[in-house]
Design a protein around this ligand. Structure first.
Ligand SMILES: [Zn+2]
Ligand SMILES: [Zn+2]
Length: 519
């Protein structure tokens, strides 16, 4: 709503007037402005006036059209229900119609139109468009536009029902209060505009919605068991309220309650309770990571009746091009999140113990070693405290003493790397015993090693659980599962004790010095 601003302007002074009259006019104008200002100040300090103006501000911010349908009508339904008995056939019909209209939203609005997770025949599209209108959640076109913005701008100001603005806001606040449409993130719905069923539903939305939401259940209950009022109240008004609240839970509860199974950067969560309330939409963390997958519950044992309905329609030939993400990709996403969670716990544990942790931030505070200190300490440690065995990988020092006995590549192999730069050995280069720092770039000192990302091939996610293995082949040392293995890197990080001053540059300098000496 455009705001009007009131500005007080001085009337133009006639230049032909004598100066004294103009001055007098100015003085009386200043006095009246002062009086007005004082009155305004008195009014703003009055608590009653302040409360009334706050109330008017709230009343002005309400979206009365939406509030009527999602709050006032259900309240009226509850009032009518107190004087209308619920008959058994009406109760059963109400539950059935709840699932029918609810599936219209979850399988139709959400997975078919908003996400294009499958393709449906025209009869099925008409059925879904008609039944979903009976849930009173605006047209497919409007709903999908909002939902696409929600996925594209999740948790930002452009997300139309961002949970970052509060649970109440994401549940119903965004509907019952006026919104600034210019803030909503832009998305394309050109594909929906080309769908004649979507446009038909959009153009005739109000009569279709009122007919399917209230008139149809009243007609069915009246025609088959003479309970039109019961059909109107229970299968109409109260059933609409339940379907609406279930959908609202996807925007609120599914962004608040449960586990971040695949990604914890953003708010979507997986929880069986939300799934039970929302016809399977509660596995929302999976859904935000894999939005075009026709499933929200990827595991067979998880509750997702919407997925089952789409599967059934597929078997009946009513849908095609049902989209699913590759299982390896899904498992990799799950495992990466598990690893991230474990790393967080490990960091917390090491931080509590005051030990070194495997991150660049921590490296800034850990011990700096010179090359000679490393050499001396290794020799002394080996002589006096044999349980400490230091190796150097990419400028970072690790004590692998506790790993010697269980090293799958053999204790002697790992022991041979003690007191040496084992970078090439760890990273898989064909090297003799490691002293070849020119062969690969070194990370800057006091920084965590710049490890390559996880491999993208399928199945690699399972292999990362392998441990640090150094193998030997003929006279050459090779790493069979070295730097490519995130598991090996994580294990190595647990042995970290310090950073070599100058990182690998020390080695480069030493190599240059040796070359100069040999000339
Ligand atoms: Zn969401
Ligand atoms: Zn979605």
């Amino acid at each position: 709503m455009a705001r009007t601003t009131t500005t007080t302007q001085s009337p133009p002074v006639n230049s032909t007037q004598p100066q004294s009259v103009a001055k007098q006019n100015q003085i009386s104008l200043d006095a009246s402005q002062g009086r007005r200002r004082r009155r305004r100040r008195r009014r703003s300090s009055n608590p009653i006036i302040h409360a009334i103006s706050a109330l008017f501000a709230i009343l002005n911010s309400i979206n009365y059209w939406n509030s009527f349908w999602v709050l006032a009508v259900p309240a009226f339904g509850f009032y009518l229900a107190t004087s209308t008995p619920l008959l058994w056939p009406t109760a059963v019909f109400s539950v059935v119609y709840y699932f029918v209209t609810g599936l219209g939203i979850t399988a139709g609005y959400h997975r078919l139109w908003a996400h294009r997770a499958y393709t449906a025949t025209i009869p099925l599209r008409i059925y879904l468009a008609a039944t979903s209108a009976g849930a009173l959640q605006d047209s497919i076109r409007t709903w999908s536009s909002d939902h696409r913005a929600h996925h594209r701008f999740t948790d930002t100001l452009k997300d139309p029902y961002s949970v970052r603005k509060g649970l109440f806001y994401s549940h119903i606040g965004w509907l019952i209060f006026k919104q600034d449409a210019s803030l909503k993130g832009r998305t394309s719905i050109a594909d929906l505009d080309r769908d004649p069923v979507v446009m038909w539903q959009h153009n005739f939305y109000i009569p279709l919605a009122l007919g399917m939401a209230y008139a149809f259940p009243a007609l069915v209950a009246g025609a088959f068991w003479s309970d039109p009022l019961g059909g109107f109240i229970y299968a109409g008004i109260l059933r609409v309220m339940l379907v609406q609240q279930a959908t609202f839970c996807v925007n609120s509860l599914a962004h608040y309650l449960g586990a971040a199974t695949f990604d914890d950067h953003r708010s979507p969560r997986d929880h069986v309770l939300t799934a039970l309330l929302t016809l399977g939409e509660g596995y929302h963390n999976f859904h935000h990571e894999f939005p075009n997958d026709f499933r929200n519950a990827v595991d067979w044992w998880q509750y997702d009746p919407t997925k089952w309905a789409i599967q059934l329609w597929f078997w009946c030939g009513l849908v095609s091009e049902v989209k699913t993400f590759d299982q390896n990709v899904i498992e990799r996403g799950r495992m990466q999140q598990e690893v991230k969670t474990l790393e967080g716990k490990e960091r917390l544990l090491l931080g509590m113990q005051g030990g070194a942790v495997g991150s660049g931030a921590a490296a800034a505070t850990e011990t700096l070693w010179s090359w000679d200190e490393f050499q001396r300490a290794t020799t002394l440690e080996l002589a006096t405290r044999p349980r400490r065995h230091l190796i150097l990988v990419a400028g970072i020092l690790y004590d692998v003493a506790s790993f010697l006995a269980v090293h799958p590549g053999g204790e002697s192999l790992l022991r041979s790397a003690v007191g040496k730069d084992a970078t090439a050995l760890f990273n898989g280069g064909l090297e003799t015993t490691s002293h070849h720092p020119h062969s690969r770039p070194c990370p800057a000192s006091k920084e965590a090693p710049a490890w390559p990302p996880l491999r993208a091939e399928s199945g690699s996610a399972m292999r990362v659980t392998s441990v640090l293995v150094l193998g030997i082949e003929g006279p050459w040392l090779i790493v069979t599962l070295g730097a490519d293995s995130a598991g090996a890197r994580r294990i190595l990080e647990t042995f970290r004790v310090g950073v070599l001053r100058g990182g690998c540059e020390v080695e480069i300098w030493k190599e240059g010095y040796r070359e100069e000496q040999s000339r």
